[in-house]
Ligand binder design. Structure first.
Ligand code: HEC
Length: 242
């Protein structure tokens, strides 16, 4: 009997919990990325945007620049000229030299390494983080964020996206973000830019996947051709038996 009561309690609380998180994520459901690591052009753009807009604060400590150049078909000379991370050598990983103490003083938090974020928190989380900044006078940065509420990361892409404000329901619950001023990019361009950055971080979180995909293709081709050969071999052998 005691056990039953415990089960009823557990079911009750998980249901409440699930209902709550579903509610919490309703607005976030609108922000879905469409990433494909086979889209090299998108990865190249994403890498460029990342180096321009994110690398000042966020390291990618597992990513070696030479691997990146090779995987994304970027010529090493061009890479060294345009994408080199904090003046490092191309054989090095993408760490940064920001001091943790400074970071805490400037942002109240240490910008986390983003090498594995796409795997641990999902592509949509990154995409929605970059898309759901809104004005909020109560925060230190002047902005708040739906994906990571009260984030201490500044709204670094504000001049590209423009400004948004939040619309809340009667329970003070965010239901919509509304554009209040335009940035230098159109909505479509901004969505693509943030999608490219997300795509790039998805690739970074598992660079070997690119190779696995291309190896996978040849393995399947081999099996396919081998099946045909074995079929005809079998036919040939059985001809004599009959
Ligand atoms: C000025 C420094 C700065 C820049 C530039 C910056 N960030 Fe951040 N970012 C931060 C800080 C600080 C945090 C920690 C925020 C927190 O915990 O509230 C953060 C957190 C994040 C997180 C959440 C990580 C997690 O584990 O939850 C993501 C994702 C992120 N940043 C992506 C980006 C991307 C993509 C760019 C480039 C478009 C970028 N950031 C540019 C400072 C920065």
């Amino acid at each position: 009997m005691k056990k039953n009561i415990l089960v009823i309690f557990l079911v009750f609380f998980t249901t409440i919990n699930l209902a709550y998180s579903a509610e919490k994520n309703k607005l976030l459901l609108k922000y879905k990325s469409t990433t494909s690591i086979n889209n090299k052009a998108s990865l190249q753009r994403g890498a460029k945007y990342y180096v321009n807009y994110c690398s000042g604060c966020h390291s990618l400590k597992y990513m070696r620049m030479s691997t990146l150049a090779e995987d994304l078909d970027i010529d090493e000379a061009i890479f060294s000229k345009n994408l080199l991370f904090n003046n490092k050598k191309i054989g090095e990983t993408m760490t940064i030299s920001m001091n943790e103490k400074d970071a805490i003083e400037w942002f109240n938090a240490v910008p986390p390494d983003l090498s594995l974020t796409a795997r641990s928190k999902g592509a949509d989380y990154i995409y929605s983080k970059l898309n759901t900044y809104y004005e909020d006078d109560l925060t230190a940065t002047g902005y708040n964020n739906i994906a990571l509420p009260n984030t201490s990361m500044p709204n670094v892409l504000a001049n590209l996206q423009g400004e948004q404000k939040v619309i809340v329901d009667s329970n003070n619950y965010p239901i919509e973000l509304e554009k209040i001023s335009n940035g230098s990019l159109s909505d479509v361009e901004y969505n693509q830019l943030t999608n490219d950055i997300t795509n790039f971080l998805v690739y970074v979180s598992e660079p070997a996947k690119l190779k696995r995909y291309s190896i996978g293709f040849w393995v399947l081709m081999f099996i396919f051709i081998f099946t045909i050969i074995s079929y005809f071999t079998k036919k040939e052998f059985w001809k004599d038996v009959k």
